[in-house]
Design a protein around this ligand. Structure first.
Ligand code: DQA
Length: 141
């Protein structure tokens, strides 16, 4: 099984960005943790991060024949990007929505996800372990 993990805007700042919310691991640390966990389940993981909506959309479009599934933390785009939602809907592989923080315990604008309806499922609130939970849910037989 081959998956891609797509990180959206500001996730490149992990480690120094609001550590009381997102912890002290860098994006590199988190990707390494995901890579190791995925490997233990015989899953190969690729990684992509962008702060640009269009680049994320192009990456999603390119997933179709390349990956069996995708994990996406769309950052704040989660809450308002109909273009990212439409891109996910346009490809037939399963997408799992992930958030490190519990978005429902935060500001009201984070309670709405426009991508949830086109994702297979959603994991939030477990820090970087949210990504591992998504891989576990995708692969558990
Ligand atoms: C986030 C939650 C979003 O509301 C926020 O804009 C992010 C990170 C999370 O992983 O908890 O950038 O997706």
């Amino acid at each position: 099984m081959k998956i891609i993990v797509i990180h959206g805007p500001n996730l490149n700042m992990l480690g120094t960005r609001e550590p009381h919310i997102y912890g002290s691991e860098t994006l590199e640390d988190i990707n390494e943790k995901i890579r190791k966990y995925a490997k233990s389940l015989s899953v190969e993981a690729d990684f992509f991060q962008s702060n640009c909506e269009g680049e994320i959309i192009s990456k999603i479009q390119g997933c179709q024949d390349k990956y069996d599934a995708a994990i996406i933390n769309a950052g704040a785009y989660t809450h308002y990007s109909y273009a990212i939602r439409d891109a996910i809907a346009a490809v037939s592989i399963p997408f799992v929505e992930v958030h490190m923080s519990n978005v429902y315990a935060r500001e009201d604008f984070r309670h709405k996800s426009v991508i949830s309806p086109v994702c297979k499922g959603m994991v939030c609130g477990f820090g970087s372990n949210s990504y591992l939970a998504a891989i576990s849910a995708l692969t558990y037989k």
